[in-house]
Every structure is written in structure tokens, then in C-alpha cells.
Ligand binder design. Sequence first.
Ligand code: ADP
Ligand code: MG
Length: 228
Amino acid sequence: MISLRQVRYRWPRAAADCLDIESLHVAAGSAVFLHGPSGCGKSTLLGLLAGVLVAGQGSVEVMGQDWAALRASRRDALRADHLGVIFQQFNLLPYLSVVDNVLLACRFSSARAARAAQNGSADDAAQALLQKVELPVACWRRPAGELSVGQQQRVAAARALIGAPELVIADEPTSALDAALRDAFMDLLLGACRASGSTLVFVSHDERLALRFDERLSLPALNRAVAA
Ligand code: ADP
Ligand code: MG
């Protein structure tokens, strides 16, 4: 599902590389826990995996496609067709309703819309996911920007999961949830990915969550830029 070789990434105007990873491979269908201290480059790596950032050197392949070989419009299409991303800052569109935020990938990708509508309509699928993340029905038609941070985090999860994408990427998605909601959220996310055979790459510094995953990766152990 994921294959990185000799990848280097340096932020514009930075004096040194942020990431220098010799190789990283993630098998299809596995659930991976990626951890490391704040500032070690976890979100940067997820940006590379999601094709939001493009490596200066080396190759970052997702489903056999090197992001750097694709033009921006093809990267957007690949992401909408096959990826669900929960960003650290959620990136919900605040003026759009909750349901419309969840349906966003379906608007950009007919393949995704068709998969979401397999058992009814895409709208039904959005509502079923919002129910699963336990978002009160009264919130569903409200602008996403009016919701609490914890509620927005759950909307972001529903948006990532709609249409069962092959790869789900989540950046510290439980940081604003209390313990009970966090456990329910983890059950939902892991359960949804296992049910659809989706690969999950999950970033957190909450080590208590690590045992629930098939594989644990320490970014500082992989990243030669930090070791140097
Ligand atoms: P983590 O997610 O592990 O906390 P990040 O990937 O956010 O770490 O950050 C890794 C390094 O990249 C930090 O030194 C940070 O300052 C730098 N960085 C992150 N985002 C940007 C950005 N948008 N522009 C420039 N530097 C950035
Ligand atoms: Mg981060």
C-alpha cells in the first residue's frame, strides 16, 4: 500500500532536512501506529503519504503510484478516489454543513461516491457514519464551524471513512476527546478499517493506544535526519 525509498524532505527556507528515510513499507490492510515526540516530523511524513507535500528526493508510492510523478490535479484525484485523511487541524469547511463536509470526497470523486452509495445513497452513508461517531442528529445540518473541537474531530473521521477508502491516514485524531469518547472513536476507526480491509496509518503520542495496532513504528528510529 505504501512504499518509501530514499526519501528526503526539507521545508522551504529550512537549514536542514526534516525527514531522511531510507525505506518504509506498509502492507495493505494493516493498521500502523506511528509515534515520536512533538516536532519529530510525524505530520510532515503524513503530508508526504497523502501527497499534500512532495519529497525533494526519493520516491513516495501509494498504491504503486509515485506522488512526484503526478501533476497536482492527478494527485487530488488519487486522494479523493482512494484516501481518507484526518488532518491534525481537521480542515473542515466551516461554512458547509456537517453532512456536506462528510460528503466532500464524493463530490470530487465519482468512484468514491459510487462506493459510498453501495447500500443506498451517499447521503445515507454519511448519516450512518455520523451516527457511528455518535454525533448528535441536531448537529448534522449545522455549519461545521459551529461545532466543538471534539465534535469536529468526529466529523473529520466520518469524512475520511466515507466510501471505504483503501488508505486512511489520521493525525492525532483523539487529542481533543475525553477517555470514553476516545475509546469509542478508536473502536469505530479500527473497526471500520478492518471491515473494509483499509490500511490505517495513525499518528499519536498517546502510547496507550499503541497496543491496538498490528504494527508500531517509531519515527525517530526511521528518520536519519533526526539521528544525525
Ligand atoms: P510532529 O507532527 O511530529 O509534531 P511536524 O511534522 O509538524 O512534527 O514538524 C516537524 C518539523 O517541521 C518541525 O521542525 C517544524 O517546525 C517543521 N514544520 C512543520 N510544518 C512546517 C511548515 N508548514 N513550514 C515550515 N516548517 C514546518
Ligand atoms: Mg503533528
